[in-house]
Design a protein around this ligand. Structure first.
Ligand SMILES: [Zn+2]
Length: 332
């Protein structure tokens, strides 16, 4: 018998053969997803998946639940919360004419990875982790007073390596000294050593006009067709990148690490975000980039330069990796 996908392809081909030739542009737009809308009516989608929908604040805050999954949406905003964690949607949740709409991109890449989590096939286990201390050598990263970012990303990586090794993981660092490592060389090394995960470590900083900026944020690669989180960043037109092969696991990992970080540190939750950072673009395994705090904040910055706080950050990342692993290595 033909597999369902082959059968579907044959049906599509048959329909195409019968249909009058469409203009090239229209064909390009619709081929592959002939009936797939870009926005999904929340009530219909929720009903089809057994989710409960209710307004927490009428016409403003919508809550969608199923079991212990809870998604909170704000009308005409990209800010959402999933099980208490701040998540930036790929497109704003639209509320118009008494109906709410979510983008299909968010259903596919923000909600489904948590509602229907991916699983590692066969005996694939998360064992080998590549840590990437941001910057180094010619590139110090942010410089706040006498504190270069590159120093603290390396110190954090070393502490995290210690804790991960203790938990039984094999750990590889993209640099072990204050040395220059090109961006493409970082995911390339992870690939060469056969890493199962790639975690890039950074610290944030803001200029003097935003001295109060603080908190934790974490990134995974922006899915194809979506815009990155930060305003003024890349548009939605970019096609699929190497790192997009792991969109679902990228999101699952970044979600669990962000959740663990904000809980453990008690820091301001700046959310799970998307960006097309070079180190994420080229990663051939699930990959994330974390910014646990702001070096430039008078209080948070002082903590980051202390070993005890970095120890806490490392523990939170280990817990996040463990939570991710429990999900992808589940039996059923
Ligand atoms: Zn950095």
């Amino acid at each position: 018998m033909f597999g369902p996908s082959l059968l579907r392809l044959m049906v599509v081909l048959a329909v195409l053969a019968l249909a009058p030739p469409a203009p090239a542009a229209a064909r390009r737009e619709t081929f592959g997803h002939p009936t797939r809308p870009t926005m999904v009516r929340v009530r219909d989608w929720a009903r089809a998946h057994g989710l409960l929908v209710k307004w927490v604040e009428r016409d403003k805050v919508l809550q969608i639940t199923k079991g212990d999954f809870k998604l909170v949406l704000n009308a005409n905003s990209r800010e959402a919360r999933i099980n208490g964690v701040q998540v930036w949607l790929l497109k704003a949740f639209e509320y118009r004419d008494n109906a709410g709409y979510l983008s299909q991109l968010d259903v596919d890449h923000t909600i489904n990875p948590l509602l229907y989590p991916p699983r590692n096939v066969g005996k694939n286990r998360v064992r080998r982790i590549c840590l990437d201390p941001g910057h180094g050598g010619k590139d110090p990263g942010f410089q706040v007073g006498s504190h270069p970012e590159q120093r603290y990303t390396l110190l954090l990586a070393q502490e995290l390596r210690r804790q991960l090794a203790q938990a039984g993981y094999t750990v590889i660092l993209t640099r072990t000294t204050d040395s220059t490592v090109d961006l493409p060389a970082r995911p390339a090394l992870a690939r060469k050593v056969g890493a199962d995960l790639f975690i890039s470590l950074h610290f944030n900083a803001a200029d003097k006009t935003r001295a109060t900026a603080r908190g934790t944020e974490a990134y995974c690669l922006t899915p194809a067709g979506a815009s990155s989180t930060a305003a003024g960043s890349d548009g939605p037109t970019l096609g699929s990148l190497l790192g997009n092969r792991h969109d679902a696991k990228n999101f699952l990992l970044v979600y669990h690490v962000q959740r663990s970080l904000v809980r453990k540190l008690g820091s301001e939750d700046r959310g799970v975000r998307r960006a097309r950072f070079a180190v994420l673009r080229d990663a051939t395994m699930p990959a994330i980039l974390v910014e646990p705090g702001f070096l430039s904040h008078p209080v948070e910055g002082r903590k980051i330069v202390e070993a005890a706080y970095r120890q806490k950050i490392a523990t939170a990342i280990v817990d996040g990796v463990r939570a991710y692993r429990r999900v992808v290595e589940r039996q059923k």
